[in-house]
Design a protein around this ligand. Structure first.
Ligand code: KG4
Ligand code: ZN
Length: 342
């Protein structure tokens, strides 16, 4: 089965074609970073308008790159949520309309299910069951995964998502949007242990997260250093970035270990933008090695938002006989746990 996937939930227009027999045929991505960068964050109306400009040209491009005719497509998958409602509506309208025009089924895909299944695009895919750590700009969740659509939420962030905290700390340090990759780069020059930041909610049982206090702690340390020295030198900025990244990574690793113990599972997958973080991958590799378990993640371009994960997830559901009706589905809030199993 050959499926076109469309992702427009936030600030990336991602379009891809996945073939259940031959894998990913083509994948195009247009990032809106240059549009939102000067505002320091995503401006929803600008995001929707740009998705309108980019989605159809990218659909044409991805079909050409795959070297197929549109007739060869067996279905269309589009991200229906969670995300920015205007942005979602663009991909949903285009996806639903194309499917109707081509007389093919359409399937509304959950963005976080797309992330969760992205490691399955790799040559060494994980096998069910596993624990999934979903870490993106909007979500931080630990999920017990028994199969596609069989998700039990074990814990989640009570306030800021991990990626959101990275982005806000990036802003405090004067880095470009989105801050995550820039904080990680700056942290490489930082000295470990120069500052020690708290590991929130790790000294009590449970699998929920909270990153808002850590963000405030970081802001206070920056203010203290500025009061003492007038301005932050490059080394101090790097030391702070390092302390922040170490705290986030250690917190995520402690909760992952706990989730594996609680469920008795031995496979862990990490997905979403923050799973591209090298430090997180290294620490979790060591954790899994010491526990005799296995860690899985997608290549960096499939950790952040992309069309391939939506084409893949949609293909699995269409193969199982699921499809959506003619309604254009856009759900800014949508719980993973409500998805049907296949
Ligand atoms: O999954 P994603 O592309 O979009 C959402 O669904 O939100 O995740 C984007 C988030 C941003 O907060 C970004 O700063 C963060 O992922 N991110 C990173 C890294 N690469 C992306 N955070 C830390 N380290 C990275 N290398
Ligand atoms: Zn995402």
């Amino acid at each position: 089965m050959i499926v076109l996937g469309i992702e427009t939930s936030c600030d990336d227009t991602g379009v891809a074609i996945y073939d259940s027999d031959n894998g990913l045929l083509a994948d195009c991505l247009y990032s809106q970073i240059d549009i939102h960068g000067k505002y320091g964050g995503v401006i929803p109306e600008l995001a929707s308008r740009d998705h309108i400009r980019k989605t159809l040209p990218l659909v044409r491009e991805v079909i050409a790159r795959a070297g197929i005719d549109a007739n060869a497509l067996d279905g269309v998958a589009y991200t229906a949520g969670p995300g920015l409602v205007g942005a979602l509506l663009v991909g949903a309208s285009v996806g639903r309309a194309l499917a109707m025009g081509w007389n093919r089924p359409a399937i509304a895909v959950h963005h976080m299910e797309g992330h969760l299944l992205a490691p399955m695009l790799e040559s060494r895919p994980p096998e069910f069951p596993f624990v999934a750590l979903l870490v993106s700009g909007g979500h931080t969740q630990l999920v017990q995964v028994e199969g596609i659509g069989r998700y039990e939420l074990l814990g989640e962030s009570l306030d800021d998502a991990a990626g959101e905290a990275f982005d806000k700390v990036g802003k405090m340090l004067g880095l470009a949007y989105p801050g995550g990759p820039h904080v990680a780069k700056l942290a490489e020059q930082g000295r470990q242990g120069k500052f020690v930041f708290p590991r929130p909610m790790t000294n009590r049982p449970g699998l929920d997260f909270s990153f808002s206090g850590l963000k405030t702690f970081t802001r206070n340390v920056i203010a203290e250093q500025e009061r003492a020295d007038g301005s932050l030198d490059q080394q101090t900025r790097a030391d702070i970035a390092r302390a922040f990244e170490d705290a986030v990574v250690a917190t995520l690793a402690i909760k992952c270990r706990r989730a594996l113990e609680q469920t008795g599972l031995t496979s862990l997958i990490i997905a979403g933008g923050v799973s591209a973080n090298v430090q997180l991958r290294e620490v979790l590799e060591k954790t899994m090695l010491s526990q005799g378990g296995k860690l899985f993640y997608a290549q960096p371009r499939f950790c952040t938002d992309n069309g391939a994960m939506i084409a893949f997830a949609g293909c699995q559901r269409l193969l199982a006989g699921q499809q959506d009706d003619l309604e254009i589905k856009a759900m800014p809030r949508w719980s993973l746990e409500t998805l049907p199993a296949i």
